[in-house]
Design a protein around this ligand. Sequence first.
Ligand code: SAH
Length: 471
Amino acid sequence: MLLTISTTHNPATDLGYLLHKNPARVQSFDLTFGRGHVFYPEASAERCTAALLLDIDAVHLVRGRQHGGDSGPLGQYVNDRPYVASSFLSVAISSVFRSAMGGRSTERAELANTPIPIEARIAVVRCRGGEPFLRRLLEPLGYTVTVEHHELVGPLPNIRTAVYFTVTLAGTKRVAEVLSHLYVLIPVLDDEKHYWVGDDEVEKLLRVGEGWLAAHPEREMIAQRYLKHRHSLVRDAIARLIADDDSADDETAPAARDAEEAGLERPISLHEQRLTAVLAALRTSGATSVVDFGCGEGKLLRLLLDDTQFTRIVGMDVSHRALEAAADRMRLERMPEKRRARIELLHGSLTYRDARLAGFDGAAVVEVIEHLDAPRLSAFERVVFQFARPRTIVLTTPNAEYNVRWPTLPAGRFRHRDHRFEWTRAQFQEWSASVGERFGYDAVFEAVGPVDPEVGPPTQMVVFTRQDVDG
Ligand code: SAH
């Protein structure tokens, strides 16, 4: 079984950094069901191909089985399993290319988040449902699919004709995306799995399918086959996929899109500069209780926790998934009691009045307002400035003027697909002044990131201070 992944992105040998596998070496890996070998049949600046060869131990597959099913003694040992792409390949991908699948690359972090021309070829795929089904699975993901049929005629009882294909997928994609597609869809094409499918398989499917599965026209069939037709699991997965799809239009920002923005901004690690600036402003305000509105995955919360000035810290977000990720990353469950007592996560929306949000000294609203539909902005203003009404509000948003300085951002595009607007410095200052006036806050502006003489800083920040506060 052979999977090859090629790119013509120049220099193509960067593929080695994306896959964390050196093009100059052959590497072999022990897997429970055999061995995997990674090597590069070609590696030039124009075109580079990485190959994953699976050598499946057919004897190992039989060991420990009570009986060989209905295929007779020969069928136990001689079958298609060592030669086709199956759930073994998925396991191999996730262990051999784990970092690449997670979109991580130390040396080429930006490239890992950038779609590049990729061709993936699998020899061979067994597909129950034939070529039409194969195309229905792969084409909606934006691949050009080329299929070569292998007509097999033979005496082996469990081999039928024309269900085997060599498949080539071509598209402009992130490497992590391609690996996630293969990981989920290969066992789906095959419609078989070599291991027992339990509850955690639903989580795995949703995690690896994040960003593409919910909107896939064949999502139900994918869930059915991936979960080995176990009805309760399939029902659970489909319900959650539908919920995800429905919320795709609201303010929740799936991790994939955040990664896109992070990739764009990474060269100057703007996000860190932003959080440092926000933290400093909250510290200076003297706040001890703070709430992070739209806390996302909780990066600011972690910084706040590390600072003992803050004795009560609340993270709030509309996205369940972001809150789960925040809890995970903070290791909330294993946090020492004293630290745990200072932090709380709340699910809620900044466009609805919420009594839990009142009574804080300080609030942060970092890169959130641009995710709100413009008509909801006035609801947000009342929730934060009129009802929650903390003494200090530190708010950041992109400076739209700076976008021309990002070479990878096409003209007229926002930095993040979920952004509903991005303001110029004048628009931001006008809005801030008007909010300050209506709700009784003073506004002081600050630049975050390197200030360009023409277009200003990449991020703009305002610190609002309630006027009725002494001093
Ligand atoms: N402040 C974080 C996350 C910014 S991304 C950071 O700087 O890393 C924007 C966040 O705002 C997302 O997590 C999104 O779920 C959240 N969000 C969007 N609309 C919201 C609303 N109406 N109420 C609360 N949170 C919202």
